[in-house]
Design a protein around this ligand. Structure first.
Ligand SMILES: O=C(CO)[C@H](O)[C@H](O)COP(=O)(O)O
Length: 235
């Protein structure tokens, strides 16, 4: 049986497919919420919907192939019509922490290329202030220990990510440092500070990178849109 959280993820993932129209090129995000979007999209493709996707991770690429979603190389498209992605935290200013699955760099590149960017989350991801979830920071492997020390000096506790007892290596061949800050009052300045650190490739702070957030709740969902009234969908 599916957990309550999984039911919420499924509901918002499937809802996001309503934003996709025939002929669109779609940025396919990563994670378990995006999985449901892709499964539904695959079903629509099998009934004739003509779309193509750019995957933001190898796992997403695998799912796209499994669900029959046609893919196109990122290098072959200049813009995407829409991107649909998950997140680890969303604040009320539409800023996000992403990278819990380790795909933050490709996700950022894909989302940045989209004209419309939709985020799908369950309500446990909504926060007053970013930072309870450690900020994933992608760093080059060479000299990562020194990069970590530099990050300590800007106020965090970085932890090298391990998965199944092994050092996690991103799809780009880099390590991830999960950086716990005690308080992120200004995510924009923090992002700039981290980016200036030698050895850092990208941060999981996605700032001003979405206009629509679909939040799955116990009895429905809330659709948050920048500069538009909140929409509530009840079951
Ligand atoms: O940023 C991500 C992967 O790098 C995911 O979108 C994020 O971790 C949310 O995942 P899920 O939908 O499984 O909760």
């Amino acid at each position: 049986m599916m957990s309550d959280v999984d039911l919420k993820k499924k509901a918002v993932g499937e809802k996001a497919v309503e934003y996709i129209q025939d002929g669109m090129t779609i940025g396919l995000g990563s994670g378990s919420t995006v999985y449901w979007m892709m499964k539904k999209l695959g079903a629509l493709v099998s009934t004739g919907l003509n779309v193509r996707g750019v995957p933001s991770s190898l796992r997403t690429e695998k799912w796209a192939k499994e669900f029959g979603i046609p893919l196109v190389y990122f290098s072959e498209v200049s813009r995407l019509d829409v991107s649909i992605d998950g997140a680890d935290e969303v604040d009320r200013n539409f800023n996000l922490v992403k990278g819990g699955g380790g795909s933050l760099l490709r996700e950022k590149l894909v989302n940045d290329a989209a004209d419309k960017r939709i985020i799908v989350v369950d309500d446990s991801k909504r926060v007053q202030q970013l930072g309870a979830f450690p900020v994933p920071v992608e760093v080059v492997q060479f000299g990562w220990e020194n990069t970590a020390k530099k990050l300590v000096s800007i106020g965090c506790e970085p932890a090298l990510r391990f998965v199944d007892g092994e050092r996690f290596v991103s799809n780009n061949g880099n390590y991830i440092l999960d950086c716990q800050f005690s308080n992120i009052s200004d995510p924009f300045t923090l992002h700039e500070q981290i980016k200036r650190t030698l050895g850092v490739v990208e941060t999981g702070l996605f700032l001003n990178m979405t206009e629509t957030i679909i939040v799955g709740e116990e009895e429905g969902m809330t659709i948050l849109k920048k500069c538009a009234p909140v929409e509530s969908v009840k079951y």
